[in-house]
Design a protein around this ligand. Structure first.
Ligand SMILES: [Zn+2]
Ligand SMILES: [Zn+2]
Length: 339
């Protein structure tokens, strides 16, 4: 199946019938996100969206339901910090270990703790696609740099944690596949760690440029992200890779402060990005659409959302085919005017 998705937080359901909206737009996968920033109680933030009833309701309209969450506080509870500070990360920027970053994954006890807690969380946040997205802390210096961990890159420490999480989730859902998120400091290809066979790449090009297409060679910002996409895709396998984009992320384009602004991504740019992704063999694409609630649509209308859905239907059609590279190949290398 080609997956055409959208990622929302619980407040975005205010004043919008997203179930009918997604069904009409033929977006077939909803990702529910508990929010970015500081570590938090994922289940509390998700509220009713974490329930079996919620998932059943969306599924009855043909929409799959997944959870995309920064789950550090569930995977290694802060309550352990006082008795077991050595389980937590020692950042190279800090003098002592931090309860609000990730974990010391080379500590021999830690992988089993992550696995057990990931299994418990997966039992509550059942993904209807068997694909799970349980991420670490939402901060760049989240990874441990103790004597043992310091030989690994952030990408490798991330993958070591993901492997443990994947082992744990598989115990409660034998069909589980688990995302390794490429985000913030984790765009390098791991060299010292191999992914488990049920781990796939989730590529989230945060702080990429939206004036230029991802593969525009004239954009120095995006060159880094496009190279990372190709190298990571080759390492993990493109076909199973999940793209998490920001094209519709009003919260990002509003500087994470309301009032919500309309994302300035142009339809031509979106199509050229999709050409780059789908042309590389990608079948799973979603975008944050945080802040797209009833108030947003009253102020800005539905054009950005409708255009996004139409472009995804074009590049990732229902018959499962992929148009292949070059569907919107530019006449010149720099087809999308920038400023
Ligand atoms: Zn460590
Ligand atoms: Zn640029």
């Amino acid at each position: 199946m080609n997956k055409r998705g959208i990622v929302l937080t619980p407040p975005d359901f205010s004043g919008v019938d997203w179930k009918s909206g997604l069904a009409e737009l033929r977006l077939n996968t909803l990702g529910v996100h508990s929010g970015g920033g500081a570590n938090h109680d994922v289940l509390r933030q998700l509220g009713a969206t974490a329930s079996e009833e919620f998932r059943r309701d969306f599924r009855s309209a043909g929409i799959e339901c997944e959870y995309e969450v920064h789950a550090a506080a569930s995977l290694l509870p802060v309550s352990l910090f006082e008795s077991r500070p050595e389980y937590f990360a020692l950042s190279f920027r800090e003098e002592s270990r931090s309860a609000t970053a990730n974990w010391c994954v080379t500590n021999p006890d830690v992988p089993a703790i992550l696995a057990a807690n990931a299994g418990r969380l997966a039992e509550k946040l059942r993904s209807t696609t068997h694909r799970y997205y349980f991420w670490g802390a939402d901060r760049e210096d989240a990874y441990c740099h103790c004597r043992e961990c310091s030989k690994y890159t952030a990408s490798e420490l991330n993958l070591l944690g993901v492997n443990a999480i994947a082992d744990g989730i598989r115990r409660v859902d034998p069909l589980a596949e688990v995302a390794c998120l490429a985000y913030l400091g984790c765009y390098e290809v791991p060299e010292r760690v191999e992914p488990r066979e049920n781990v796939f790449l989730e590529f989230a090009p945060y702080v990429r440029c939206y004036h230029h297409a991802l593969n525009d060679p004239a954009c120095a910002v995006n060159r880094r992200f496009f190279n990372a996409f190709r190298e990571l895709g080759a390492f993990f396998g493109m076909r199973n890779t999940h793209i998490l984009e920001y094209w519709l992320d009003s919260s990002l384009f509003s500087g994470y402060r309301k009032p919500a602004r309309r994302p300035f991504v142009r339809p031509e740019l979106l199509r050229r990005d999709l050409d780059a992704y789908a042309g590389a063999g990608i079948r799973n694409i979603t975008s944050f659409a945080v802040y797209m609630d009833g108030e947003y649509f009253s102020a800005h209308g539905t054009a950005a959302l409708e255009d996004y859905a139409a472009a995804l239907r074009e590049f990732l059609p229902d018959d499962g085919s992929v148009p292949g590279a070059g569907a919107v190949r530019p006449d010149s290398e720099n087809q999308v005017p920038c400023y």
